[in-house]
Design a protein around this ligand. Sequence first.
Ligand SMILES: [Zn+2]
Length: 103
Amino acid sequence: MTLINIINILRNTRTRMGLTQREIAHKIGKGETYISRIEHGRGSFSTKSVGQLARALGYRIELKLVPVKCDLCPTVKEPFIDGDSGFLCSVCFSKHNKKARKK
Ligand SMILES: [Zn+2]
């Protein structure tokens, strides 16, 4: 789930609960423009800010670190090597390098 998805869910939850931006802002001790900025993805805000908003609406945010998939094959193989054409698994990386050397 991306941060945009999270923010959309939080905005939908807020409106479903019948809360205005001002009311939810007051709940977390911030200004109305603070909530507006987050909901419209304007300016910069931290994960902590979104976390505070989430908690006020009954959610908590879990961060997940997931390995990047190989750009050439569907298999997720670690470790990934950052080749010229993106993230490649070790198998595709060696194939790609053999082709490159033949040129
Ligand atoms: Zn691969």
